[in-house]
Design a protein around this ligand. Sequence first.
Ligand code: UD1
Ligand code: MG
Length: 429
Amino acid sequence: MSISIVILAAGKGSRMKSTTPKVLHEISGKSMLFHAIDAGQKISDDITVVLYHQATRVQQAIESHYQNINFHMQDAKQFPGTGGAMKGVSTKYEKTLILNGDMPLITQNSLLALTEGTADINMSVIKLENPHGYGRVLIENENVQEIVEQKDCNQAQLATKTVNAGIYCVNTKLLNRYIPLLSNKNAQKEYYLTDIVKMAVDENKTVSPIYVEEEEFKGVNSKLDLADAEVIMQDRIKKELMESGVTMRFPDSIYIDCRATFEGECILENNVNIIGTSKLINAHIKTNSIIEDSIIEDSDVGPMGRIRPLTYLKDTHIGNFVEVKKSTLTGVKAGHLAYIGDATINKGSNIGAGVITCNYDGKAKHKTIIGKNVFVGSDCQLVAPVTIEDDVIIAAGTTLNKDIKKGSLAITRSALKILPDFFYKFFGK
Ligand code: UD1
Ligand code: MG
């Protein structure tokens, strides 16, 4: 589609009270700006992001994920404000859609609705019981007259409940003609993008108000807004997943990253966290378990299981208080209380309670390789690097620091002493 998009992301975001640039704060695992870029990319291949505050950091973050984004540096000292942000921006197509980088809840459909029709300007408007903080949209006989910022409003204008939601789709030629004409003669001494509306009306151009859902156009300006937006985003993610067949017990208690994917029949019990780009295929994740950047296929985890990044589980059972990190387990049972890190474990192997892969020697991480049908008894330490071949038994309580050949038993055990009546000698009768 031939639409250009400009995302304004130069503002300071001081109300976030954070050293992280506002637009890089995350919602459901993805920064607000990336949510906006992703929605934008569904309808446009010409996206420009306007930067100023912490520009390098924001630009680097974008470049590490996207290849075809254009950047524009605002001269915010000379030309502050949303109109200043547009100064010098050039876009490729006939229509330019301008949106804010702090609107993570915006959807592709709402963006599309703003690009439709033949008006010279489509602008997003919302009716609000409490319009505080927003620019007021003055409408006469259903025709938009102008947008007046709150700080510039007179008493009557302040009472207007129709406000500017902050997204516009403008005929590009018109935009390029109006931007240099903006002035900063207003209460904030800023160049307001919103002034292009009056300019268009004065030239008898068509300005069409598009009424939009408040929820999607919520600007995130504070940590409180961030938390509110997170709730809305989580609701959306979970609804969509349940519609596609994922079972959730008490969905309100579940957190799912927007990058996670699900296939087949998956069940998530209460208080489950699915973090990062995890992929679940026919997985059953039980109460209070955490899955992070891992693939869980035809397997079950928990309750209270923790699967850390780069793990692949296939046909595997992970029980309570088991932590797995950067490991591949195929056809394995690890039912209770274990740490499995940097390991590969093959079909038919059983990991007993209290087993620990000692993968770190204080300087570097090492691998534990376990073959098929290996029985690792309770409370063993597997000191990596170590390789255990197929069909091996490791007796309970063994500290293993040598490779074991196929079919062997490994056992380290100090002799058991039993001293009759020792209790009474020690404590007395
Ligand atoms: C703006 C609108 C207001 C509307 C509201 C909706 C103007 C003048 N006012 O006000 O009518 O109701 O959004 O949320 O446009 N930005 C820059 N450079 C700047 C200043 C801002 O890139 O110099 C960016 C910000 O990063 C942000 C966006 O523009 O993404 C909006 O800026 P903000 O200061 O939040 O505008 P509002 O005062 O909320
Ligand atoms: Mg704002």
